[in-house]
Design a binder for this molecule. Structure first.
Ligand code: SF4
Length: 256
């Protein structure tokens, strides 16, 4: 039975080192027969971090702005920038195009390269108005390839970014992990490590499709994995001692 801090901590689908016999070989055979379950990992993360704060919008154009509003800023600062944009400029394409460069740069100064990202906000507004026009929402809620193609016209939106916008707009049920979340999935053995980011991302797509989560639960899964990758399961020197998954994590066991 999985154990944390000496207390019984049963969660279906989780396999502890103690259960496996506390040796790498025992753990290998236990994991081979009973690998970590995605749903159980999400449950453990939710118990540890609590329910994640929802994103500040579900509107697809506003989600595009959120991606571009504060380059390389941490999540809380990005939300502050987005709130300032809403308050001082407005969030429609017309609002953005009517704003002065100084007003936009006060917002994008929450991240780095404020002038460049102010230009990107204007580019987002132009694309939304001139290229996609009133059709934008129907395109986003239409077939996946067309929706992704439309989103990838915007600055800073690659395939994972397009998937994320479709997930949080409620248009598609995709896990859409960012690089932090992808690292967590690989360390926990839920997807295979691979030198190719594209192959790892494709594996995560299969993983996200398996448990058939509803969209709200998938949005929560995305945010929980991202939070874990940013908070404890950092790229360098993960803080495994504080991790709720430490007793069952293959990465931790084999890196000791
Ligand atoms: S035990 Fe360490 S490596 Fe494993 S998921 Fe937790 S923080 Fe990441």
């Amino acid at each position: 039975m999985p154990v944390r801090g000496g207390q019984c901590n049963a969660r279906p689908g989780l396999v502890s080192v103690r259960e496996a016999g506390a040796s790498p070989i025992g753990y290998y055979f236990a994991m081979r027969d009973r690998p970590l379950k995605f749903a159980a990992v999400l449950q453990a993360l939710k118990e540890h971090y609590g329910p994640p704060d929802p994103l500040p919008t579900h509107d697809p154009f506003e989600l595009i702005l959120l991606e571009n509003v504060a380059y390389l800023a941490p999540p809380a600062r990005r939300r502050d920038a987005f709130a300032m944009l809403r308050r001082q400029v407005g969030l429609s394409p017309a609002d953005i195009l009517a704003a002065s460069p100084a007003a936009l740069q006060r917002v994008t100064a929450h991240g780095i390269m404020k002038a460049r990202f102010a230009d990107k906000l204007r580019a987002c507004a132009r694309i939304a108005l001139e290229v996609l026009g009133a059709d934008f929402h129907s395109v986003i809620h239409g077939p996946l390839p067309k929706a992704k193609k439309a989103l990838r016209r915007f600055p800073g939106i690659g395939e994972p970014g397009a998937d994320k916008i479709l997930l949080f707009a409620g248009a598609q049920n995709l896990l859409a992990p960012d690089s932090n979340a992808l690292r967590v999935l690989a360390r926990l053995g839920l997807i295979a490590e691979d030198k190719s980011y594209a192959r790892m991302y494709a594996s995560s797509r299969e993983l996200g499709a398996k448990p058939a989560l509803k969209i709200a639960a998938m949005q929560e899964a995305h945010l929980l994995l991202q939070t874990h990758g940013q908070t404890l399961c950092k790229r360098n020197a993960p803080l495994c001692g504080a991790c709720p998954l430490a007793t069952r994590c293959p990465h931790r066991l084999y890196s000791r």
